[in-house]
Design a protein around this ligand. Structure first.
Ligand SMILES: Nc1ncnc2c1ncn2[C@@H]1O[C@H](COP(=O)(O)OP(=O)(O)OP(=O)(O)O)[C@@H](O)[C@H]1O
Length: 312
């Protein structure tokens, strides 16, 4: 059985093509991270899986069932954390969970679910008064109702503080250990890197890379991250950043106080160091480390970035 199977899926909105012949397979028991910049087509894919929208072309199957003809069974077996909050302001947290339990004909304990997502204290509070993070936690509680076979999480860390994001990762792992398949979309990469078995990178409606995080790293062996500490911030720091960013092989430059973090191909390292010194600053220290998924993501999805190619 395959949990999610899209084959040759194209979705057009008028003349806009959101997906372009997408083939995507998620196996049972996987935690699959679906990455892509804004507008890449992630939410469109999720909406197709749940039959909220229909493909212009191609086939969408979930649990080996046709997404269009077996929608109710698919939704019954799936827990969904949609992008953006959709709560009823006048209902309390517990009422939301109770409603989800009733709709799924499940027998979960609403208080246990609220406790699990860390908002037991706010069970009686109306959702209209929830903070963004609390709202996101409540939506997660409703997604967990009925021990779904598939959890679909669209940008799950939205609105969460670092603690909330860590707790979200723990819940994802627990759900997976129970047997759930997890499919989540994100452009926040730390989340994905920490929990995913496999990652697919979507760009302009096309899956441009798909592998384990380690596999993606191996496919770009020359990609490293350079941390350069300067004696001071250059006078014209934006010109310095632009100058470094324009070097061939550099995919991103991030200033962290007096330290510059540069994701680049190996061969560009010397040019990066030389270019930095042109801005009248001295390099106090530098170190290189293995590229993070974030660097790979930038390299894959930016027009200027590195030598990223298609690895599928
Ligand atoms: N209802 C719609 N009508 C017209 N165009 C749409 C509609 N929904 C999405 N699109 C377009 O389809 C493309 C893919 O959008 P989608 O929302 O799937 O991207 P995404 O990867 O989820 O982005 P984000 O990370 O910003 O949520 C975008 O170019 C978007 O403008």
């Amino acid at each position: 059985m395959t949990t999610i199977d899209l084959s040759g899926v194209t979705k057009r909105y008028g003349t806009e093509r959101a997906l372009d012949g997408l083939d995507l397979t998620v196996e049972p028991g996987e935690i699959y991270g679906f990455l892509g910049p804004n507008g890449a087509g992630k939410s469109t894919t999720i909406n197709l899986v749940l039959d909220f929208i229909r493909p212009t072309d191609g086939e969408v199957r979930v649990f080996d069932l046709d997404a269009q003809t077996n929608t109710i069974e698919i939704r019954d077996r799936t827990g969904i954390l949609p992008e953006g909050v959709s709560l009823y302001d006048r209902l309390t947290g517990r009422q939301h969970v109770e409603f989800a339990i009733e709709s799924k004909d499940a027998d979960d304990d609403p208080d246990a679910l609220l406790e699990r997502v860390g908002i037991a204290d706010a069970a009686e509070k109306k959702a209209g008064g929830y903070s963004k993070g609390m709202a996101q936690r409540l939506m997660l509680a409703t997604a967990l109702v009925g021990e779904p076979d598939l959890l679909i999480l669209d940008e799950p860390s939205t609105g969460l503080d670092p603690n909330g994001a860590r707790e979200m990762r723990e819940i994802i792992r627990e759900e997976n250990a129970r047997g759930a398949t997890v499919f989540f979309s994100s452009h926040v990469l730390g989340q994905v890197e920490a929990v995913c078995d496999r990652v697919g990178i979507l760009r302009d409606g096309d899956l441009i890379a798909e592998d384990t995080v380690d596999g993606l790293r191996d496919s770009m062996p020359n990609q490293t991250r350079l941390r350069v500490t300067l004696d001071r911030i250059p006078d014209d720091s934006s010109a310095a950043l632009a100058g470094i960013e324009s070097i061939a092989g550099v995919s991103s430059v991030t200033p962290e106080g007096r330290t510059l973090v540069v994701a680049c191909e190996d061969h560009a390292k010397t040019t990066v160091l030389r270019t930095i010194e042109e801005y009248d600053v001295s390099i106090e220290d530098f170190e290189t480390d293995e590229s993070s998924l974030e660097d790979l993501f930038v390299a894959y999805t930016s027009d200027t970035g590195g030598s990223a190619g298609v690895v599928r």
